[in-house]
Design a protein around this ligand. Structure first.
Ligand code: ZN
Length: 332
């Protein structure tokens, strides 16, 4: 492979500077309304002395709000004197998507979490991913990437990490998840790992934790409180912020295999037959899809493929064939 060209992104902050710096990752983006314009991605770097580095991100998907709410707030309020090491905040990672209130970028339709390792000579989303891949992730010891369900999914609030081949790395990630203290902690299975930020970080040996804190394209007071407490807890757990984590009870869930996921095979109007957090038995109807084109037809049933708890559900009232209708998890 030929040598990659340098990233076109210029930071207005000095990653090695001490104290609090608020600035931007400036990405040139020439377009109709701004010939020599840029995408200005907000970034904060808080550094005090030497020590580990945490990289904190929200709005990897642009319609998920707990992460940005927690991170814009903490970036503004965290006192450098309480830090030992460095905290890098990028509260809205896919910034064009965040500004549009959409999952993917309005510029190139890029889904940040399917774009890694990115390209320095690619689309806007690919250029942002490349900057994380080659400039930000290598600086980090611990990475916290906030997600929620966005406009089309709704989750019970959980923090999660993945089962990894390196068991020492996995143990550190699960310890950070436990410290986050969401109501649920999940050993998470992914549907489609290619291009994920998670995998990029994990392949570099970083301690990587993520969340799913709610959804529906909005936030709730409770889920934002969980996010705010969780991020400080993780930073305290990592020894980067002064103090001990404010640990709350958490229940561990496992996602053992693909039977966790149920997908709609019909278009129509979805009726969820169990609420989030509710128990289901294998074979039980978890959702029904009603035909909206005519009267007199029976709804199609989606049945649980395993015993478990409803951890996520399709959020909008209308569903299309192929949509994720429900996700089950198992209490451990
Ligand atoms: Zn997401």
């Amino acid at each position: 492979m030929s040598e990659l060209r340098p990233s076109p992104i210029t930071p207005t902050v000095d990653f090695d500077g001490q104290g609090v710096q608020h600035g931007f990752l400036r990405l040139p983006y020439s377009r109709d309304d701004s010939a020599w314009g840029s995408v200005m991605i907000p970034i904060t770097v808080i550094r005090n002395g030497s020590g580990p580095t945490a990289l904190l991100t929200g709005a990897n998907h642009g319609d998920e709000y707990e992460g940005p709410l927690a991170l814009f707030d903490l970036a503004r309020t965290l006192d450098a004197r309480d830090v030992s090491g460095t905290v890098i905040f990028v509260p809205a990672m896919n910034y064009p998507a965040f500004r549009a209130g959409t999952r993917t970028s309005p510029i190139d339709k890029g889904n940040m979490n399917r774009t890694f390792p990115g390209r320095p000579d690619g689309t806007v989303t690919q250029k942002i991913a490349d900057y994380f891949q080659r400039e930000l992730l290598p600086r980090a010891d611990i990475v916290l990437d906030f997600h929620s369900g966005g406009k089309t999914l709704d989750f019970v609030p959980f923090c999660a990490a993945h089962v990894l081949p390196d068991k020492a790395q996995e143990e550190k990630a699960f310890a950070a998840v436990e410290a986050f203290s969401a109501p649920y902690s999940v050993k998470m299975l992914e549907i489609d790992t290619v291009g994920m930020y998670d995998s990029a970080a994990e392949e570099m040996g970083k301690v990587f934790v993520t969340t799913e804190l709610g959804g529906g394209g909005t936030s709730r007071a409770e889920t934002v409180r969980i996010a705010r407490r969780g991020v400080v807890n993780v930073l305290r757990h990592a020894g980067i912020v002064k103090g001990t984590p404010d640990r709350q009870p958490t229940e561990w869930l496992d996602m053992p295999d693909g039977d966790c996921f149920s997908f709609a095979e019909d278009d129509g109007m979805i009726e969820t037959m169990v609420d989030l957090g509710g128990e289901v038995r294998k074979g039980e109807v978890i959702a029904r899809i009603h035909d909206v084109t005519r009267t007199g037809t029976a709804p199609k049933e989606i049945r649980a493929k395993m015993d478990g708890m409803l951890a996520a559900r399709h959020f909008p009232g209308l569903v299309k064939a192929g949509d994720c209708a429900a996700v089950l998890a198992v209490r451990v």
